[in-house]
Design a protein around this ligand. Structure first.
Ligand SMILES: Cc1cc2nc3c(=O)[nH]c(=O)nc-3n(C[C@H](O)[C@H](O)[C@H](O)COP(=O)(O)OP(=O)(O)OC[C@H]3O[C@@H](n4cnc5c(N)ncnc54)[C@H](O)[C@@H]3O)c2cc1C
Length: 460
């Protein structure tokens, strides 16, 4: 069935694709928590009652554990973003990004507390004012200038990530400032092993700590550098053509070899880097908008800023680096024979790919496509062809609320359009407002949370 509700615009992305908390997810949490306990245990072992004899020594000891935990959590933050396949499969890139973000504030606070308590604790022990003690530490302790630069870089990254400032910075400026945190981590390492009470005279701790740093560095090099370069070399991906789909929306077809070996499923996304000026410096997440073919992939992108707008200008032959696939917004999340897909704005890209993939898998697929204007129905013709062939059922929900005089995704309208929705798995991807409204509707209709799968078009 094809229903056109009215005719007139739609914009934007959002949703949330966090995988359910699987046993593997809890294992990742347990491993990371055990690491933190081990770090505190290392400090505890070196902090005898005797060494806490004075108030100054106790303050210094508290400063030490704050520093150790800060260093550990920074390494965990890097690991979370190192694209480790096990982490991604168990937790999901979007939840990993959320953990990374959540730890950031704690890390910056712990670094501040570490510096403060060490300076005050040392000062109390030798009866020196904090400023004069800071200067003594800075000028006489090994590698302290490196640690100071490292700490300043962390503070800069922390401040730039504060919600109010982040919204004002371009993604590129925020990203490149973030990248300097890697330098901060490397610089901070030296003062830890050269002056840290838990490492000087403790060769075992020192070796373990160094191995942990090297393992994190290796993971980043392998999974963030070598693997994408390997994929580019193996699959030889390049832009084949760019096709306009709707005002401000283009599809980019990417040709390559053995692309099915990437094992990317409909609904997943990759981080794309186009090797041409204006695009080469950052990788952006875009979902596949069609199932993968051995020689071709497709993404469909709505302009949101400089990068997405620039995709319309890509020249055929432009080489492409891709990281991934990532994400759990896939058929694997659906356990029921019937599936309802609700898409709007750029969210239609993964919805379109899922529609074909699920129909091919023999599922009973209904798609609700929300747009404010008929002209904005990107990929509409393809969905119409599937519907005409009887592979899916389409509901076109077009027009602004004002034009329609009602909320077309409200409980009564949605339940009337898809009467059996309570028995379906429901996938939602669209602008944040649309996704929120749909989630409210589904909640009111009594749909269980575990039936609903959403994709969020924001990773930071
Ligand atoms: C999992 C996922 C899948 C996505 N799939 C699609 C899709 O299929 N089609 C589509 O049109 N859009 C998709 N997006 C959104 C798309 O990535 C952003 O619109 C695009 O990166 C904006 O970049 P810009 O430079 O054009 O705009 P900017 O103005 O620089 O950014 C606009 C907003 O997009 C986000 N963003 C920008 N760059 C990145 C980045 N490198 N990584 C993460 N977020 C970023 C930021 O929140 C930023 O505020 C997806 C996003 C995610 C997270």
């Amino acid at each position: 069935m094809t229903t056109v509700v009215a005719g007139s615009v739609g914009r934007g992305p959002t949703g949330r694709s966090l995988p359910r908390r699987s046993p593997a997810h809890w294992t990742v949490r347990a491993v990371l928590t055990a690491g933190a306990v081990a770090v505190v245990g290392m400090w505890w072992q070196d902090t005898t009652a005797l060494s806490l004899g004075t108030f100054g020594a106790s303050v210094t000891a508290a400063g030490r554990v704050a520093g150790l935990l800060a260093a550990y959590l920074v390494l965990v933050q890097l690991l979370l973003m190192a694209r480790l396949p096990w982490f991604e499969r168990s937790v999901g890139l979007d939840r990993l990004a959320a953990w990374h973000r959540g730890l950031g504030t704690n890390v910056v606070l712990l670094i501040g507390v570490h510096v403060l308590l060490i300076v005050v604790g040392y000062g109390l022990t030798v009866h020196r004012q904090p400023i004069s003690e800071f200067w003594t530490i800075f000028t006489t302790y090994p590698d302290m200038w490196k640690a100071t630069i490292g700490a300043l870089l962390f503070f800069a990254v922390g401040i730039s990530s504060a919600r109010a400032l982040r919204a004002r910075l371009s993604y590129e400026a925020w990203y490149w400032l973030h990248v300097t945190a890697y330098l901060g981590v490397a610089l901070a390492f030296f003062h830890q092993t050269a002056s840290g009470a838990d490492f000087v005279g403790h060769p075992f701790n020192k070796v373990l700590w160094t191995v942990f740093y090297l393992a994190v560095a290796l993971s980043i090099l392998v999974f963030r550098v070598a693997v994408p370069v390997g994929i580019a070399f193996l699959h030889r991906m390049e832009v084949e053509r760019v096709v306009p789909e709707a005002p401000g929306v283009v599809s980019v077809w990417i040709a390559g070899r053995d692309l099915d070996d990437l094992a990317a499923r409909p609904g997943q996304f990759l981080l794309w880097r186009f090797l041409t000026p204006g695009h080469i410096l950052t990788a952006h997440p875009y979902s596949l908008s069609a199932p993968v073919r051995p020689d071709r992939l497709r993404i469909t992108v709505k302009e949101a800023g400089d990068h997405s707008r620039g995709l319309a200008e890509l020249k055929p032959g432009t080489r492409v680096l891709a990281e991934g696939p990532f994400g759990h917004f896939t058929a694997a999340a659906a356990t029921r024979p019937g599936v309802l897909l609700i898409g709007g704005g750029s969210g239609i890209a993964p919805i379109r790919a899922l529609a074909e993939g699920l129909a091919d898998a023999g599922r009973n697929v209904t798609v609700v496509y929300r747009a404010s204007r008929r002209a904005d129905l990107a990929l509409g013709q393809e969905l119409r062809t599937f519907a005409d062939a009887g592979r899916i059922t389409m509901h076109w929900v077009v027009g602004t609320r004002r034009e329609l005089g009602h909320d077309p995704l409200g409980s009564d309208k949605l339940a009337a359009a898809v009467p059996d929705l309570i028995r379906r798995d429901i996938f939602v991807c669209g602008p944040p407002g649309m996704t929120l409204a749909v989630l409210g509707t589904l909640h009111r209709l009594g749909v269980r949370r575990d039936q609903i799968h959403t994709e969020d078009f924001s990773l930071r």
